[in-house]
Design a protein around this ligand. Structure first.
Ligand code: SAM
Length: 280
């Protein structure tokens, strides 16, 4: 029923996520640096360059309706879901501008949490993109992007957000809906460390140090404890790739021989991974 156990559990998860990100919004960027020893910056840089966003030339498959062979010139529509304070969005804009000399492509940062968005808006107003119309911020739940039309987005990104969603399959189907045919789904998320020895060291760090750093620096042990646990619960690489396929995406490099990685790239031994899918 609508009032069944699952619904209650889901709304509890939603409110817990809201509480966590409201309480970490102002300290979020500092905490990321401390917890990951600054490595999240390198992962995010790599994530964006692996997507290679920008016109000139458009590297993502143009929509099948464009019959001409000339490169499309419409600015790319990029949607950064769970975009928080804009870490990915600003990198994408920097990349399109400096690498592709493309100063028209546009990023929408969508997040469920108004406190995170307002930190992002503050950053945007002090950035080179203030008053360029190249970035905007919307409050939205990844599972129900009702203001985003179907088949309207060239690139959908989500970094360190999807593990917090109540229903990952629902969010993936929504990603599939909003993307244009040929559009790219790209996800950066904590994942599973492959080497058992390194995994033991990493688990000690994450379960021991991260809640402690949260307590000392942000005065908030519980939120950081929640973050560590949500990483632990997230599906491993193969499983998540399968879920992306089930939502209707083609998996680049998928279905390969044994040992060949289909649809994802491990970062730092699997502490994080990039997963991709293409909407057919
Ligand atoms: N992408 C940013 C980055 O990499 O720095 C922010 C990541 S932060 C760890 C996770 C974000 O996901 C938070 O801003 C949170 O509000 C957002 N979030 C959680 N659940 C969401 C949902 N269902 N829909 C949209 N955003 C969500």
């Amino acid at each position: 029923t609508h009032f069944g156990f699952e619904t209650v559990a889901e709304s509890l998860k939603q409110s817990k996520v809201a509480e966590v990100f409201s309480s970490v919004a102002s300290s979020y960027d500092t905490m990321n640096d401390l917890m990951s020893l600054g490595i999240h910056r390198l992962w995010k840089d790599h994530f964006v360059s692996s997507i290679n966003p920008g016109l000139n030339p458009l590297i993502h498959t143009p929509s099948p309706s464009s019959s001409s062979t000339s490169a499309p010139t419409d600015p790319l529509r990029i949607l950064d879901i769970a975009g928080g304070t804009g870490d990915i969005a600003f990198r994408i804009l920097d990349y399109t501008t400096t690498i592709h000399n493309d100063s028209t492509s546009h990023v929408t940062v969508a997040d469920i949490n108004p406190s995170m968005l307002s930190e992002g808006q503050k950053r945007a107003s002090k950035s080179p993109y203030a008053n360029t119309g190249r970035i905007d911020f919307i409050e939205a739940n990844a599972e129900q992007l009702s203001t985003i039309p179907s088949n309207s987005i060239d690139i959908y990104t989500v970094a360190f957000g999807i593990r917090n969603f109540t229903s990952i399959p629902t969010a993936l189907r929504e990603a599939h809906r909003v993307l244009k045919p040929g559009g790219l789904f790209a996800c950066l998320e904590f994942s599973k460390v492959q080497n058992p020895v390194f995994d033991a060291v990493y688990k000690r760090w994450s379960f021991g140090a991260i809640p402690l750093i949260g307590q000392v620096v942000a005065g908030d042990r519980d939120s950081y404890q929640y973050l560590v646990e949500s990483i632990e619960r997230f599906p491993k690489q193969e499983e998540f790739s399968r879920m992306i396929g089930e939502a209707g995406f083609l998996i680049p490099g998928g279905g390969g021989k044994e040992g060949e990685k289909g649809g994802w790239e491990d970062l730092s031994g699997g502490i994080a991974a990039i997963h991709k899918g293409i909407k057919p």
